[in-house]
Design a protein around this ligand. Structure first.
Ligand code: GLU
Length: 349
């Protein structure tokens, strides 16, 4: 699960969103995007790969006045990492960003398609925005439509939604994925999936709980849980980004050790189906011709490759060996067309 940011206010919304996403880069991502609503106008930019690609695309965009903006870094769970699948996702007049997985998206998608709704992406997320626009037809206002939408979603989500149906407003919901709401004075509101993205922009924040939802507009913050008003109890954000990034642990290494089970479940999100591992990126017969697996990595990645090689061999019944990356370049390795060669890198080098 990756990053979400949101901003309501009159400062440079594009820079605030992209700065926030930059603070969330450490969570990993494959694409990124932002959408900004100003009266009836929605500007949207998306790009595959690093944030600089997004910055490049949005280079000439300058917002003016009081705007609502949402941004996202995506770690694909449903649908390939392409620009079309990058968030924000568009309905007809609304945009949504979402971290997590909508487990019942297929049923919802089929119902919506039966009503004539056209889908552009392969993501689970896109159902949220279409559902919202359908609900608007029968509900008295946008917030009621948003609530009705949430009541139909199953799974884990942190969601931000903006719509020309309600200018200067951001709808939000948290259920199973992290989200923090911040404010600076009465008129500036912020959202982010980690407090590091908010430090420097605001001091007061609410660490939202599962089941929280509501909206922010120019003059108010509305927060509900299970249909009842929840008190707005703000806490002070940490002052230093480094200590916020350490999440209460003394050292990054300690944090990483305790984080392992969360990291593993996040990595498996969307990849387990009917008790089987499922990689939609791989052809079904991908392993048919493979007669050896070679993993190549350095340092910690090398050790994870060693651990993985036990599992690969046990489950695939294909011979598996591990090479040290820094030495491999000096080898004249015996590889053939049936070798599956996997490289692991923490740094991306
Ligand atoms: N399930 C969504 C997708 O595949 C969101 C993934 C995320 O948390 O970044 O687009």
């Amino acid at each position: 699960m990756c990053g979400i940011v949101g901003y309501l206010g009159e400062n440079s919304v594009k820079d605030i969103l992209i700065d926030g996403l930059r603070e969330l880069e450490y969570r990993g991502y494959d694409s990124a995007g932002i959408a900004v609503l100003n009266h009836d106008d929605i500007a949207v930019y998306k790009a595959v790969g690093k944030l600089v690609n997004l910055e490049q695309k949005a280079k000439s965009y300058v917002s003016s006045g009081y705007c609502a903006g949402i941004g996202h870094t995506r770690w694909a769970t449903h649908g390939k990492p392409t620009e079309l699948n990058a968030h924000p996702h568009l309905g007809k007049f609304s945009y949504v960003v979402h971290n997590g997985i909508i487990e019942n998206y297929q049923e919802l998608k089929t119902e919506l398609q039966d009503k004539g709704v056209e889908f552009l992406s392969q993501t689970d997320t896109e159902v949220i925005v279409h559902l919202f626009e359908q609900e608007l037809k029968t509900n008295s206002n946008s917030f009621e439509a948003f609530k009705a939408t949430l009541s139909k979603l199953q799974g884990a989500y942190a969601v931000l939604l903006i719509s020309t149906a309600q200018d200067k407003t951001i709808y939000y919901a948290k259920h199973g994925s992290p989200m923090i709401l911040g404010k600076n004075g009465e008129h500036e509101k912020f959202f982010a999936s980690s407090d590091t993205a908010l430090i420097g922009y605001c001091k007061d924040a609410i660490y939202l709980e599962d089941g929280d939802y509501g909206y922010v507009d120019a003059n108010s913050i509305k927060l509900f849980n299970a249909n009842t008003d929840r008190e707005l109890s703000f806490t002070q954000l940490p002052e230093s980004k480094i200590s916020a990034q350490k999440d209460g642990y003394r050292f990054f290494m300690e944090k990483e050790i305790y984080e392992q089970s969360d990291v593993i479940s996040d990595t498996l999100l969307g990849r387990v189906k009917d008790s089987e591992i499922y990689f939609e990126e791989l052809e079904e017969n991908f392993f048919d011709e493979v007669n050896e697996i070679i993993t190549c990595a350095c340092g910690t990645s090398y050790h994870s490759a060693l651990a993985a090689s036990y599992l690969f061999e046990r489950y695939s019944k294909i011979r598996c060996r591990v090479e040290i990356g820094s030495e491999f370049r000096y080898k004249e390795p015996l590889l053939n067309k049936n070798s599956l060669f996997i490289t692991i890198s923490q740094s991306g080098e």
